[in-house]
Design a protein around this ligand. Structure first.
Ligand code: EPU
Length: 418
């Protein structure tokens, strides 16, 4: 168990580069299997989820090397199509190996995907979509699939799912003819995967819209270069940190960061946000005030991953805020921890009512999931006294050296590993 201790009350100032996107790079790393050559990923964040994904690639037989933010994967040869449960239990995005292995080898046998506990996280939409495209899938402790009769046509996703859309796109690359995927997720991470696949010689059109068309083919191996996009949720985390701690920071490496959906509530809360070349300047100009009502929605709506961060920021803001969570059914565990710090939050079903203008105080709290843990840090930066966030490895899954990087902005954060 690690502890991140934060002593609050210091306004933030200075510059920080936004890390590469976790949710953008993880499916791309799985898709490196679909280039039977060398894929080089730049700006790859140094996260435990990335480490687990690279070890899955190594266990499959790929040559993997890492030099700072540059990761190289040689997938010319693989020895197995099995991914064991120890690895898949550790992260949800391990489910991307289903689509990638099916596309490459016509079969896959992967452990059931784990990840943060945010309520039910079934994989029925993945199974239905891949099944409709000609895969035969059986689910138990492991998920086994064979591409029995891959065929082109139209598949309509039963619900909007980021991971299932990624799997459908990857498998469609191996189906003969043109596959039309309807009701696709439109998150920027889908566009990032499509960019990588197109650079690898596949033909994916329409990513970022509800209809994606993939023309199946088997491209020659090649050297593919891809740069991970900046992490939009990490950027939102720093914005919320400015809301609680106050101050003025320059977020660098934000070109193409897709943070429009968090900018409006941040401005409503009192931030002044200005684009400055490849950077965004964030200043707390007044308030903080309540952003009013926030409803999480699929992209381009307000992201569920930013809900805990904005809840932490709203707890000390002037006015009442209502959060409606429509993506996950168990994503309010941070509310109880914020209440320990003096917040006044009542949760009813998928809605949380935050009565703002509470001065939060330091406390011993717990991270129950990745973004919930980051929310504790955001709250702690504006709280009076010292907060200790005990964390079972969640925060490292999605944030690069969070304590160290906040200290570069003048925060007082310290990490101890027990
Ligand atoms: N769902 C189903 N059946 C399925 C798939 C999804 O019912 O087969 C449900 C889920 O239970 C959830 C909703 O559909 O209620 C949306 O799930 P989705 O599949 O879109 O999410 P995901 O692909 O598992 C990714 C991110 C999450 C992010 C969500 C939504 C990765 C690795 N994870 O998860 O990120 O919250 O999309 O935007 O890309 C995080 O970074 O902290 C995180 C949880």
């Amino acid at each position: 168990m690690s502890i991140i201790a934060v002593t609050g009350g210091r306004p933030l100032s200075g510059k920080i580069a936004v890390q590469g996107s976790k949710n953008g790079v993880l499916p791309v790393l799985a898709a490196t299997l679909m280039n039977r050559g060398v894929s080089v990923i730049e700006n790859c964040p140094d996260l435990s989820d990335v480490g687990v994904t690279l070890s899955i690639l190594e266990n499959l037989g790929c040559g993997v090397s890492r030099d700072g933010g540059r990761v190289s994967v040689d997938a010319s040869v693989i020895h197995t199509t099995k991914v064991g449960c120890e690895a898949t239990n550790r992260l949800r995005s391990s489910v991307n190996f289903l689509g990638a292995l099916l596309a490459r080898e016509g079969c896959a046998d992967i452990g059931y995907p784990g990840g943060c506990e945010l309520g039910m996280r079934p994989i029925d939409i993945h199974v239905d979509a891949l099944g409709a495209m000609g895969a035969k899938i059986s689910c138990g402790v492991t998920v086994s699939a064979t591409a029995r009769r891959p065929s082109a046509g139209t598949v309509r996703m039963r619900g909007i799912s980021v991971g299932a859309t990624e799997n459908a796109v990857m498998f469609a690359c191996a189906c003969p003819g043109t596959m039309r995927i309807e009701n696709a997720a439109t998150e920027p991470e889908i566009c990032e995967l499509a960019d990588f696949l197109n650079a690898s010689g596949y033909v994916v059109a329409g990513a970022g819209t509800r209809v994606i068309e993939v023309t199946g083919r088997r491209p020659e191996p090649r050297e593919v270069h891809h740069t991970a996009s900046p992490d939009r949720i990490a950027a939102a985390t720093f914005i919320c940190a400015v809301i609680t701690a106050g101050g003025d920071i320059l977020l660098e490496n934000t070109y193409g960061c897709n943070i429009d959906n968090v900018i409006s509530p941040a401005i409503a809360m009192g931030c002044d946000i200005r684009a400055d070349g490849n950077a965004v300047r964030v200043t707390l100009a007044g308030g903080p005030y309540s952003p009013g009502r926030i409803k999480t929605e699929p992209y381009p709506g307000f992201p569920t991953d930013a809900q805990p961060l904005f809840m932490a920021a709203s707890a000390g803001a002037c006015g009442d805020t209502v959060f409606e969570e429509t993506i996950f059914d168990g994503r309010f565990r941070h509310a109880g921890e914020l209440n320990k710090m003096g917040a006044d939050i009542i949760v009813r079903g998928n809605t949380a009512f935050v009565r703002g203008r509470r001065k939060l105080h330091g406390e011993r709290v717990r991270a129950y999931d990745l973004r919930g843990g980051a929310a504790m840090i955001v709250a702690a930066l504006g709280a009076e006294g010292r907060t200790e966030v005990s964390d079972n490895g969640y925060i490292d899954r999605g944030y690069e050296r969070i304590a160290e990087r906040l200290n570069l902005l003048g925060a007082c954060a310290e990490r101890t590993d027990g």
